[in-house]
Each structure stands twice: as structure tokens, then as C-alpha cells.
Design a protein around this ligand. Structure first.
Ligand code: HEM
Ligand code: SF4
Length: 556
């Protein structure tokens, strides 16, 4: 893992001192809320529905146990004993007091963490595949590239006041687990013959105008990454619309100017920038590759794993559903679900964070990842340790075997916390998860991603959910619109709107009808929901949602 050097530490210390002074001036009344707002946003501090909210960056979702333990301590000491892991691999604390925030930032800096550029019109936390450095299908670990981008973009003087926020995601395998096509820039490592490079997509984004990223460069040489990304951002920084915040994201710039024109402008800017990069970036990249080199793998027998797998059905089920193939065959990647039916998706208590941190230290080479699906990953577990990991997770309520299944729901904070929300998301997620738990159908249904947002901003990724739910406000009443057939992977697709929305009391039954339709129509239990949807299209699902053909009218 990358560890801060003297420069990083000094920079952060300085920055925190500056913010401590700003907070004091706000508390004394020397700064008005209006004057304070841009200053707090530069440090990830939002003012939400009930309280301040602090968003802390977890670069490319990678943490070690000391960092996770520090997050647990912060939750305990200065918040209400829990934190919320988000779809952008950040953690949000929902209840900090303003006067405590400087102390929280100092506590974070002690473990190489901060909240810089988690807000504002800047380049936000660079996200990556949560199986980075571990996945069996990986071409190369994407994190050195993500760290290079993080260092380049942090406090970059040219990119602090852009038309709008800017999000970059990197995936190191052709299988896209980082939702790259829903980002302003998506970087997907690809192999063509002996050549490895990045497919660069731009203009992806969700929000009120969802768009799938378009390919700007098919195979970018890896050594051109920084000048090329800088060329894109600087072209948009000049061309992007500042007159209307709803048209300011790069997706609209691409849409209004055309991909070819953007390609031309980026190529021109790239030709100016390329010669200015004289190799320092590559020297740094090589040092970063060294920082991210694989741990020393354990060489031990795995016989006990196979014995326990055959003996304990709960363990078998967890292994089957929550572990994924590792690049070392004696290892597994373990997903720790933060989606026990009935709980708030993505929330972890400080006690749970400590359990996970301790397990990472003992059994995952001290590494953890946060996934965009709001779960936590132990990336490197030797198979002989899987049973101990399972037994460590179980009493903490963390061994739910549902990764990728219907109760593994992504949900934004919605009306329970967010000032922009038009409806609640968390209770709907909880109800759906509990309904399907009671039906005992989850494992039979198989892979199915439900994603819920509490307003049009789409923080819960509903557009790319196999089933998406968007909570709106219709004359003071919560109304939930369903989208079908969305896809967040390398075959990214925006879901199709099914029809009129449902109120809070009927949305769960509506989802049940969609799922039963799938179970009726699938060719076998190996055909997934998305495959069935793609084969038969929306009509049978719409017929189930709106019996009597009242599609055009308000749903019951
Ligand atoms: C303080 C609470 C939050 C506020 C005020 C907020 C605000 C917004 C806004 C205004 C947008 C739309 C941006 C656009 O279309 O230009 C957006 C998009 C998004 N937000 Fe949030 N958000 C919040 C919390 C979250 C949380 C908790 C997550 C993760 C669970 C998240 C992840 C995202 C994602 C993934 C998108 C869509 C991708 C895109 O930028 O196009 N946000 N957010
Ligand atoms: S989607 Fe809307 S309600 Fe949900 S977190 Fe984003 S801004 Fe808030």
C-alpha cells in the first residue's frame, strides 16, 4: 500500500491547521455560513438535513487495519458509533459536531487519511475495482495508476474551480467492477496482443441526465496516462458550461460538442502537454508499483478448508456466494456483506469495523477494500483461514451470504439524512430485503442488483441497477419509479423506465411481481435476471407491474 511521505504529512498538517482556524472563526461568528461554506466543502464537510456530514476519502477503496480502526474510533468518539460506506468508496460520518471536525481531521491524518476533494468542483476520490491486486482475471493492479492520478489531482491549482465535480474510475481487468462507464473518465485496462493500455471513456454519468461513457481512445499507452487525462480535464475546464449547473458535467459537453470535436481538442491539447511530461510521472509510477506489490503469499495446505466446506452448510453457502477467485489459487477474495436484511445498506458500527480490521490484520495481509456496492472486502484470505474469518464475522452479524443477490441492495442515504432527497431510500431497501428473506427465494433468484436513489441525483446508481428504484415527490407523497435492465459492468446500460411510479406501501409488492415474472420466464435457473430481461424485453415485466394495462395512468 502507498504510505505518506514527509511531504504528504506536512501538507496535511498545514491544511488541517488552516481549517481549524476557519472552524474557530465560524464558531466565533467572524465567518458567516455563506463565507464558511466553500471552505468547509474543500474539506468534505456538508450541512445536511439534521447535522453536518463529513465525507472522508478512501482512495481507490483501499484501507489497512490501522485506518479502519481509526475510522471506528472516530465513529465512537465523535459520531453516533457508526459510519456509512458509499458507492464512491468513501465513508460518511452523519453526526459530527462542527467544533470536533478539526480533531477528526487530525485523527485521520495520523493514519494517512483526509477529506480533501470529497466535495466541490474538483477531481473527486479516484475509485477502482474493489478486487484490485487480488482478482484472478486482473491484467494489472490499477491502484498505482489511481494513486498517480490522486497525487496529480490533489490540490492541482488548475483544477480547483472547474465547471462541476469530476469523477474518475480505474479498472485493471477487462471485467469492469468499477462502473467506469458511469464516470466522467473511465479507465479500463485492456490487452491487445502483447500490448496493454487503457480504454479511455468519457462523459459517463448518472444524475438527472444519465449517460454511458463513450470511447475517446481505444488503447492509450499506459505511459501517456497523465498527460492524456490532463488534456481531457483541461479541455472540459475551458469548454464546460458554467452558466447552468445542470449542463456543466462533461457528459453534456461531449453531447453538445460531439465526440469527434472533443477528440480533436483533446488531441491538440495532448500534443502540447505531452512534451512537458519528461518522465517524472513514470519514475513516480514505478515507485508506486513497488508500494503496491503483492504481499508474500503464505504456502500452506488447504485440506482443512475443504473439510469444513463439506461439513458446515452455512460456511459452504457463504463461501459459494461471498468469495471470488484470487490470482493465487490457494487464496480467496472474501466479501463482507454490510447488507444483512433489515439493516441500513452500507452502515457499519464501530464494533463491526474493529472486527473487520482485526480479521484483515490476522488473515488478509493487513488489507481491506471498500466496494462501490457498499460492502467491505478482505482481498487476500488464504483458504486455510477462511473458516476462521467466517467464524470471526458471524457473531458480529457480518457473515450474511448475499453478495450480488437481491438483498445486496445499493441505497443512498435518501430522506433519512440527505437535504436534497425527495423520498426515503433506506426503509425501502430494508423492506425489500426482509420480504425476500421471508420468501426464502434469494438463492434461487441468483444474481440480481437492486439500486435505489432518494432523488434524481442518482447517488444510489439506480439507472444501472438490474432493477432501479428512484424515489420522487409527487405532491407531497413519496413515489417510486422503477427502471429495468440497467447494467453497471463493461456492458453498461441505462435501465428502461417501466411506467408510472408506486407509493411507499406498494413498491415492494411491485418489485416482487417483477421478480416472480423473471422466475416464470427464465429458461433455467442458470439464466440470470438480466439475461432473461435482455431476451424477452420489458413487455412481460410491464404487464406484471400494471395488470389491466393501466400503464399510462397512476399505478396502484
Ligand atoms: C451529502 C449528501 C449528498 C449530496 C448533497 C449529493 C449530491 C449529489 C448530486 C447533486 C449529484 C448529481 C450530480 C450531477 O448530476 O451533476 C450526485 C451524484 C452522485 N452521487 Fe451524490 N450526494 C450525496 C451523497 C452521496 C452518497 C452517500 C453517495 C454514495 C452512496 C453518492 C454518490 C454519488 C454518485 C455515484 C452520483 C452519480 C454519479 C455522477 O456523479 O454522475 N452521493 N450527488
Ligand atoms: S440521490 Fe439524492 S437523496 Fe440520495 S444521496 Fe444523492 S442527493 Fe441525496
Amino acid at each position: 500500500m502507498y504510505q505518506y511521505n514527509g511531504f504528504d504529512t506536512a501538507f496535511l498538517k498545514q491544511r488541517n491547521l488552516q481549517f481549524r482556524d476557519q472552524v474557530q472563526r465560524r464558531i466565533s461568528g467572524a465567518l458567516s455560513e455563506e463565507e464558511f461554506k466553500p471552505l468547509r466543502l474543500m474539506n468534505g464537510l456538508y450541512l445536511q438535513l439534521h447535522a453536518y456530514m463529513l465525507r472522508v476519502a478512501i482512495p481507490y477503496g483501499t484501507l489497512n487495519s490501522a485506518q479502519m480502526t481509526a475510522l471506528a474510533s472516530i465513529a465512537e468518539k465523535w459520531d453516533k458509533g457508526y459510519g456509512h460506506f458509499t458507492t464512491r468508496q468513501n465513508i460518511q460520518f452523519n453526526w459530527p459536531k462542527l467544533q470536533d471536525v478539526p480533531d477528526i481531521l487530525d485523527a485521520l491524518s495520523e493514519v494517512d487519511m483526509h477529506a480533501i476533494q470529497t466535495s466541490g468542483n474538483t477531481i473527486r476520490n479516484v475509485t477502482a475495482d474493489h478486487f484490485a491486486g487480488a482478482a484472478a482475471d486482473e491484467i494489472e493492479d490499477p491502484r498505482p495508476y489511481a494513486e498517480l492520478l490522486r497525487q496529480w489531482s490533489t490540490d492541482h491549482p488548475e483544477f480547483q474551480f472547474m465547471p462541476r465535480k469530476f469523477k474518475i474510475a480505474v479498472s485493471g481487468s477487462a471485467k469492469d467492477r468499477a462502473v467506469t462507464r458511469a464516470h466522467d473518465i473511465g479507465l479500463l485496462l485492456k490487452k491487445r496482443g502483447a500490448e496493454v493500455g487503457f480504454e479511455v471513456t468519457i462523459g459517463g454519468g448518472l444524475g438527472r441526465t444519465p449517460m454511458i461513457g463513450k470511447t475517446l481512445c481505444d488503447l492509450l499507452p499506459k505511459s501517456d496516462l497523465l498527460p492524456y487525462v490532463e488534456a481531457i480535464v483541461s479541455v472540459w475546464n475551458l469548454l464546460g458550461r458554467r452558466d447552468n449547473k445542470y449542463k456543466s458535467r462533461i457528459k453534456i459537453t461531449v453531447h453538445e460538442n460531439g465526440l469527434q470535436e472533443i477528440q480533436r481538442l483533446v488531441a491538440k491539447r495532448f500534443s502540447e502537454l505531452r512534451p512537458q511530461f519528461k518522465g517524472q510521472d513514470q519514475t513516480l509510477l514505478n515507485a508506486l508499483k513497488n508500494a503496491f506489490k503483492a504481499p508474500a503469499w503464505i504456502d500452506a495446505p488447504t485440506a482443512t478448508f475443504h473439510e469444513n466446506y463439506a461439513k458446515y452448510p452455512n460456511f459452504k453457502s457463504w463461501v459459494d456466494i461471498n468469495t471470488s477467485p484470487h490470482r493465487n489459487n490457494d487464496y480467496a477474495i472474501a466479501t463482507v456483506s454490510l447488507k444483512t436484511p433489515g439493516q441500513t445498506p452500507g452502515d457499519a458500527s464501530s464494533a463491526q469495523m474493529r472486527v473487520i480490521a482485526d480479521l484483515a490484520k490476522s488473515y488478509s495481509h493487513d488489507e481491506l477494500r471498500i466496494s462501490h456496492a457498499q460492502n467491505i472486502v478482505l482481498p487476500h484470505v488464504h483458504k486455510s483461514h477462511l473458516f476462521a474469518v467466517f467464524n470471526g464475522l458471524y457473531p458480529a452479524g457480518l457473515a450474511t451470504a448475499n453478495a450480488g443477490l437481491i438483498s445486496d441492495i445499493i441505497a443512498c442515504p435518501g430522506m433519512d439524512y440527505c437535504a436534497l432527497a425527495t423520498a426515503r431510500s433506506i426503509p425501502i431497501a430494508q423492506e425489500i430485503a426482509l420480504r425476500f428473506k421471508a420468501l426464502k427465494l434469494e438463492h434461487d433468484i441468483g444474481p440480481l442488483q437492486i439500486k435505489i436513489s432518494g432523488c434524481i441525483n442518482a447517488c444510489g446508481h439506480h439507472h444501472v441497477g438490474h432493477i432501479g428504484i428512484l424515489g420522487l415527490d409527487r405532491a407531497g407523497v413519496e413515489n417510486y419509479q422503477i427502471t429495468l435492465g440497467g447494467d453497471a459492468t463493461e456492458t453498461a446500460t441505462i435501465g428502461e423506465r417501466a411506467g408510472p411510479g408506486f407509493d411507499a406501501s406498494t413498491i415492494v409488492s411491485a418489485i416482487e411481481r417483477v421478480v416472480f415474472t423473471y422466475l416464470d420466464l427464465r429458461l433455467s435457473n442458470r439464466e440470470t435476471f438480466l439475461e432473461t430481461f435482455r431476451r424477452v424485453g420489458a413487455p412481460p415485466f410491464k404487464a406484471a407491474l400494471y395488470p389491466g394495462g393501466n400503464e399510462g395512468k397512476t399505478a396502484a
